[in-house]
Design a protein around this ligand. Structure first.
Ligand code: ATP
Ligand code: MG
Length: 878
């Protein structure tokens, strides 16, 4: 006799989710036996018949219930849903574990350990455990688990579906779930009995409006209960496109109620508990013994009337304070009003009477016709659809889709009392968060833990920097500060890329911290009192940028989770993109803990650049440049929401209004990147470069090839030089190559580039054509001539000229100059001539010049030859 029996059970009428959850649970509790509490659905039965050699169930009759020590219950917590096994739950000394996804109810059994989670399917939570514990699964198991999840989430379309269900499905697909099999068992054709039932039910359809909700009722009589009546009921709901349906099926001594609902207002499971039934909000059933169709219908009606609250109407969701304009308002003015409020359309009111609507679209159509001062009445639409205060939302929705209107004025006794916009409707029907869904932050599937952050620090940062970070954390801890590593370095760390810009934020008084730190470490501190920031430069040359958390009052964007932010939280909330708004705690005990309030990690995983709130680009339009820079640098993309906001900001000409200096800085940052070309192209496509001398700056294929050529040239030619050239200057030369001298001067002035940079830039742009012409000359160039052409030019100009020409001759000449002539120097100077007894004279420099020419052309070599040659010249000259 087996003792200490562990069994895994689920509810009667087992469906795929419960079977799948049972099989998954057995992988976690391998000693436990699977036991059926009662019958199974037809699909499940057929599936099991096909796989009976693979899954083994213990027949109830071989189970000695008294020996059960542990009961693992999946997909329910209610004892009486366990059929014949119900009594086990009351036995003394039985340990009960549950894995359920239904909401808790007062009928729940006494549970030892409850692992339940509100996922769309019970299988999901078990699959998560298997995945996390790396328990391998066979393709058959993956298929069964996927079937369970598909079934209970309506293939992820039921409102109860969660992203975890989707993740579990993805995981199962990656592990061999068989789609054909899933499709076959999920969409079984109806059996003859089911088809017969369908016919019956279709004949009896009627629809009733219950407190504004359309409810369909169907009914049929049958000899016995038809297996799969719920499938049939769903089919009808789909066919008739109805949100709520109840099928009543009467057999000789009882009535079955099967309900389905897509509306939150009509939670089927909850309603059917009044009939001793149950289920999910969107599907459920009940059995009423000793009743008949009529009686059941009546009681169900009564329940529904008390259950379904009065639905929302226009009056509930409308905006009451309506912004409007009068018919004589000029279009520009109307546009301003629209922008100010962020609306896309406005009612036009003549005294208190609604006479039309003017939309952004109407105004934009007139943009290029010089009509901005014309009154709106010439452009508004006169035919305005209006609604009444008591109109229900489903009707309003229909009007929106049919009339293609952005907003509907609500009229009562001839007066406008409010307005309902599409977003009002969407918010009311799908919840406030629906419209901001793209910003709603979901926890990433797997968050990096502290050890992993520390590991990343180890693998990406050099030892001295690591020590420095540790020491920053220690000093802070000892002196009562909280310190965090922030910004680009955190982002790059998580991506496994080295970044040595150390930015830290202190919870208070960063400068004071800087002082303490420098005292300990040595080095010097440059403080900016006004900003509460400082730069610490350490003896080994490392720099740390120190800031104080900016925590002045900040109206944090509605999209953010409602959490009380600490000062570091508020500091992060002001940053540009989620992937840049993470911090790593450095204080000793917490060293390495990641703060990620906005889903930055997830964005890194998904390759997304995302702003933290709608007004981000309005607050700081340079973020558009930054967004594009990061996009191209990492091969990421703005999400649709962010890109829209960027486009809107560009449309509003916010980029054009930036000061030139800020544009310059962003431009340089872009030109420093390896992906400079693609970033410029992207900015140009977004329309952000419109203000950049459009008549000359063309982001075209010619420029692209020039950028490429520069990119190839620079490393090659830098080889001849001691310093690396400013490649961005070469890109800038290419960009501005068609500007006249005057235009170029104007532009440089306006942008306030450094003098030295302007000089190089101008040289490169203006001299290149002349120099190229000389270098292309077919006649032989003496070395000294080549030297005189190239020597006066800056490194950048020479490199640019090289990149500008693909001619062999030109490139050979430049190569030759760099390799053989550039560094030729005379071995003698004026002093040597003085020592040789000549009197100082202006002739010296002329002679030395000639001497250099001779040397370049190979006529003199050694120091003594130089001296002889110089003496001869001087004597001749005298
Ligand atoms: P890079 O790798 O190009 O240096 P970065 O992200 O480090 O990129 P920095 O200019 O060094 O950029 O800025 C450091 C951090 O400051 C950013 O990561 C971001 O958190 C924040 N930040 C920078 N510019 C802005 C901005 N315009 N608006 C909001 N936050 C910004
Ligand atoms: Mg940086």
């Amino acid at each position: 006799m087996v003792t200490n029996v562990e069994i895994i059970v689920s509810h009667v009428n087992a469906d795929f989710d419960s079977i799948a959850a049972m099989v998954a649970a057995q992988k976690i509790y391998p000693r436990a036996k699977l036991v059926f509490a009662g019958s199974q659905n037809r699909n499940v039965r057929e599936f099991l018949a096909l796989h009976q050699d693979i899954i083994h169930f213990l027949d109830l009759k071989y189970l000695d219930k008294k020996e059960v020590k542990r009961l693992i219950v999946v997909d329910t917590r209610i004892a009486d849903r366990l059929g014949d096994l119900e009594d086990v739950t009351y036995q003394k000394g039985v340990e009960i574990f549950t894995f359920d996804h239904h909401p808790p109810s007062p009928d729940d059994m006494e549970i030892s350990r409850d692992f339940s989670e509100p996922t769309g399917a019970a299988t999901t939570m078990l699959v998560k455990i298997l995945r996390d514990r790396r328990i391998s699964i066979s393709p058959f198991e993956a298929t069964l688990f996927a079937l369970g999840i598909h079934e209970d989430t309506g293939s992820l379309t039921f409102p109860t579906s969660t992203y975890e269900d989707a993740e579990a499905l993805a995981f199962l697909m990656a592990n061999g779930a068989n789609i054909d099999m899933i499709d076959r068992f999920l969409n079984q054709p109806l059996t003859p009995e089911q088809r017969e039932l369908l016919d019956e039910l279709l004949k009896s359809i009627y629809i009733e409006n219950i407190n504004g909700v359309k409810v369909m009722f169907t009914s049929a009589r049958a000899k016995t209960y038809v297996d799969g009546a719920s499938v049939v009921t769903r089919k009808i709901a789909d066919l008739e496109n109805i949100n709520v349906i109840f099928s009543l099926i009467a057999t000789e001594d009882r009535v079955y109620i099967i309900g389905r609902s897509k509306l939150d207002e009509v939670p089927i499971g909850e309603i059917l508990t009044r009939f001793e039934g149950g289920g999910h909000p969107q599907a459920g059933s009940a059995v009423i013994k000793g009743s008949n169709l009529d009686k059941t219908r009546k009681t169900l009606h009564a329940e529904l009337f008390t259950y379904i609250k009065n639905p929302l109407t226009a009056g509930d969701i409308m905006t009451k304070s309506v912004v409007s304009v009068d018919p004589d308002t000029p279009l520009v003015k109307a546009r301003e009003v629209l922008n100010k409020h962020g609306y896309t359309g406005l009612p036009v009111m003549d005294k208190k009477k609604l006479v039309g609507m003017i939309s952004k679209h109407d105004i934009d159509k007139t943009a290029h016709h010089g009509l901005s001062h014309a009154p709106v009445k010439g452009f508004m639409s006169y035919k305005v659809k209006t609604i009444a205060k008591n109109m229900t939302l489903d009707l309003i929705e229909r009007i929106f889709t049919e009339a293609n209107m952005g907003r509907l004025p609500v009229i009562e006794q001839g007066r406008m009392i409010g307005i309902v916009s599409r977003s009002d409707l969407l918010r009311a029907t799908h919840g406030f968060e629906y419209l901001i869904e793209p910003r709603k932050i979901r926890a990433p599937s797997r968050r990096i833990n502290r050890e992993e952050v520390v590991q990343k620090i180890k693998t990406t940062l050099p030892l001295d920097v690591r020590r420095l970070l540790r020491s920053v954390g220690q000093t802070a801890e000892k002196n009562g500060f909280k310190v965090y590593l922030v910004g680009g370095i955190v982002r790059d760390l998580l991506m496994g890329q080295q970044n040595l810009d150390i930015d830290v934020v202190l919870d208070r008084d960063g400068i004071a911290f800087g002082k303490v730190f420098i005292e300990k470490q040595g080095g010097r501190l440059v403080a900016h009192k006004k900003f509460g920031t400082a730069v610490a430069v350490l003896p080994n040359g490392c720099r740390i940028d120190i800031a104080t958390a900016r925590s002045e009052s900040y109206e944090h964007p509605a999209a953010l989770p409602k959490v009380e932010f600490t000062s570091i939280g508020r500091d992060l909330a002001r940053r540009d993109f989620a992937l840049n708004a993470m911090a790593i705690a450095l204080n000793t005990p917490k060293f390495g803990s990641l703060l990620d309030f906005f889903g930055g990690q997830k964005d890194i995983q998904d390759g997304i650049i995302r702003v933290l709130h709608d007004l981000s680009f309005v607050e700081d339009p340079t973020r558009i440049f930054r967004a594009v820079r990061f996009e191209q640098r990492y091969g990421f993309q703005m999400d649709g929401y962010t890109e829209n906001l960027a486009r809107q900001a560009i449309d509003m000409d916010l980029v054009g209004r930036l000061t030139s200096v800020r544009v310059r800085d962003e431009l340089v940052l872009i030109l420093i990147e390896d992906s400079a070309w693609s970033a410029l192209k992207r900015l140009s496509d977004l329309g952000a470069l419109a203000n950049l001398q459009p008549e000359v700056v063309r982001i075209d294929a010619r420029l692209q090839s020039l950028f490429k050529s520069i990119q190839n040239t620079v490393p090659r030619l830098n080889y001849y030089y001691a310093r690396k050239s400013g490649r961005w200057l070469l890109f800038l030369m290419a960009l501005l190559r068609n500007l006249s001298e005057q235009k170029l001067d104007e532009w440089c002035n306006q942008m306030r580039f450094k003098k030295a940079d302007v000089q190089i830039l101008k040289e490169g742009v203006l001299k290149t054509p002349v120099v190229l012409k000389k270098l292309r000359s077919a006649s032989k160039l003496k070395n000294s001539t080549l030297y005189s052409i190239l020597n006066p030019l800056a490194q950048e100009s020479i490199e640019y000229i090289y990149a500008r020409s693909s001619q062999r001759l030109v490139r050979q000449r430049i190569d030759f100059y760099l390799a053989n002539l550039k560094d030729i120097k005379l071995n003698i100077n004026g002093n040597d001539l003085l020592e040789s007894g000549f009197k100082a004279s202006p002739l010296f420099s002329e002679v030395l010049g000639k001497l250099l020419v001779a040397k370049l052309n190979g006529l003199v070599r050694s120091k003594s030859e130089e001296l002889t040659f110089a003496r001869e010249l001087l004597e001749k000259g005298n």
